[in-house]
Design a protein around this ligand. Structure first.
Ligand code: MSP
Length: 522
């Protein structure tokens, strides 16, 4: 038991929530729920990134003020997360007064540490990515190398952070901590990037060009570069810097003001690793703050070999399947199908295969077990030892915990599904329907049913992080008040509880319509 602080990126308030945002956020939710189930105290942070040129332009295009746009969009993100069952503890907005004060305090720290200077800057800027790229990165076609959008030539006065001074310290940190950036492909990319040298970071923009941002504390004609502003949200939410006390922020881990900093893991997509693994840690070093403990980058949902994105017009959105199949099924698909860290391609066929797996293995096991307890034992869980499947359960639990602890969620959940598969095999082998016909084998039937009910309780616990709605429903049908904590699984007493059969957890769905029909009881 301990405490655990995790974050998603904060999403640009200029666009609607989509599969990419949902994937990062569900990944974080799974981790948060798993850790809570393991007994940890959690701070799960998400939110919206609301300053900068992108937002300013999007608002202008709609004829509203930037803040009006952000109010609407922040609301859409919050509503989307509620619908997806996201259990965040804090939704941060970078336009909050507290955040603005913390950004200014952090900048002052850098300034006081002698790490800021003023200079003329000329470069290629992508509004889409809100960052500069080098001549080499944009190539002969002069497009942003991440999404292929336009770049513009900009020459202006900026304030710079002496990021170059931290290159060696950062390289050493990455080399000494091989698990700091995962997966290893991303770590190698960052090391490759650093091997080419590290320039200083422009941390401001002239207000005459971008008015929508946080003014620098020492130069109100300049606003804070949106990535510096955005990354700082992780510190704001941690409480490590007391707003309003700009120059007197207290110590970290200070007993007077306990804070959540450093973050245990920053989750994100692979496209924003450089900002998180280079800009952010060097800024923290400059401000004398500890580094986050881990940076985890996941892959992209792709179509063919291109990132799925609204601006590319190639979105085939699994989120559209929620209405027909339910949120849990979509979460299951996203978590089970993408090996954490790699790219995956969404296809309706693969979705159906994963749904059938849920329905035929887990859903079926739940339905047949509950039905048999009802039919053979009038709905009361027999008071009998649940001795079978002990080895399979222990093995599945070990593999499950290893998968979730090591950020290989797909493997953890596959192990849980294997346990459900083994339990179905156990039903076939025991043939409870035959036992029920033979009064001399009542003890065996009791033991069989008790084992199956216990296995369902274990599965409710294992699946809760990914399928919170149906896991809870299953726990209630088993006569439990809630899904147990991992540590309580050993002691929770199921015998004598009254089960409820109900509709199948994952009904048969005709992909052509939204009518649902019940799956047969076996
Ligand atoms: N505002 C910045 C993050 C600042 S964090 C201090 C930003 N926002 S974003 O709205 O573009 O959201 C980015 C997140 O969505 C990233 O984690 C990104 O990888 C993810 N995705 C966007 N499209 C995606 C896919 N097609 N597939 C998976 N995730 C992708 O960047």
């Amino acid at each position: 038991m301990g405490s655990f602080y995790l974050s998603t990126p904060i999403y640009y308030a200029s666009g609607e929530p989509h599969i990419g945002h949902a994937y990062t956020t569900i990944l974080a939710d799974v981790l948060a729920r798993y850790r809570r189930r393991a007994g940890d105290d959690i701070l799960f942070l998400t939110g919206t990134d609301e300053h900068g040129q992108k937002i300013q332009e999007a608002a202008a295009a709609e004829g509203v003020t930037p803040l009006e746009l952000c109010d609407v969009m922040a609301g859409r993100f919050e509503a989307a997360w509620e619908e997806m069952g996201i259990s965040h503890d804090r939704f941060i907005r970078t336009t909050e007064a507290e955040h603005i004060a913390v950004v200014r305090a952090l900048l002052e720290r850098l300034y006081d540490n002698g790490l800021i200077y003023e200079a003329e800057y000329a470069g290629w800027y992508s509004v889409g990515q809100e960052r500069y790229f080098t001549e080499k990165e944009i190539g002969p076609d002069r497009v942003d190398p991440i999404a292929g959008g336009p770049v513009q030539r900009i020459r202006e006065k900026n304030h710079f952070f002496k990021m170059s001074e931290f290159r060696e310290r950062l390289v050493r940190h990455i080399e000494d901590n091989p698990e700091w950036i995962v997966p290893a492909t991303r770590r190698n990319e960052v090391l490759g990037f650093l091997a080419q040298g590290l320039a200083d970071l422009s941390i401001s923009r002239p207000r005459s060009r971008i008015h929508w941002g946080i003014p620098l504390p020492w130069d109100s004609d300049q606003v804070t570069y949106v990535w510096v502003d955005a990354l700082t949200n992780y510190v704001t939410a941690s409480g490590a810097i007391e707003p309003g006390a700009a120059r007197e922020e207290r110590g970290f881990g200070d007993s007077r003001r306990p804070s959540w900093w450093p973050c245990d893991v920053h989750l994100m997509g692979k496209d924003i690793v450089t900002t998180h693994a280079v800009y952010w840690p060097t800024l923290l070093m400059g401000a004398d703050l500890p580094l986050p403990r881990k940076i985890l980058a996941h892959g992209w949902w792709v179509v063919g070999d291109t990132k799925m994105s609204k601006s590319l017009g190639n979105v085939v959105d699994p989120l559209d399947l929620r209405e027909q199949y339910g949120t849990d099924a979509v979460r299951w698909y996203l978590m089970r199908e993408m090996p954490t860290g790699q790219d995956a391609s969404y296809t309706p066929d693969r979705f159906l295969i994963r749904y059938d797996e849920l329905r035929n293995i887990f859903g079926n096991l739940a339905h047949r077990t509950l039905s048999m307890v009802k039919r053979y034992r009038v709905g009361t869980v027999p008071d009998a030892p649940a001795e079978s499947l002990a080895r399979e359960t222990a093995q599945a639990m070990t593999a499950y915990r290893r998968g979730l602890d090591d950020y290989r969620f797909h493997e953890g959940f596959a192990a849980a599904m294997d346990l459900a598969r083994a339990a179905n095999g156990f039903v076939e082998a025991r043939e409870p329907w035959a036992l029920a016909r033979d009064p001399g084998r009542a003890v065996e039937l009791d033991e069989t049913l008790a084992t199956l009910v216990r296995t369902l309780a274990v599965l409710a616990v294992m699946f809760e992080p990914v399928m919170p709605v149906q896991a809870r429903e299953l726990a209630l049908r088993l006569g439990l008040e809630h899904v147990p904590l991992l540590a309580d699984l050993e002691t929770v007493d199921l015998s004598g509880r009254t089960v409820r059969v109900g509709q199948p957890l994952f009904p048969r769905v005709d992909p052509g319509s939204s009518d649902q029909e019940e799956s047969p009881v076996t």
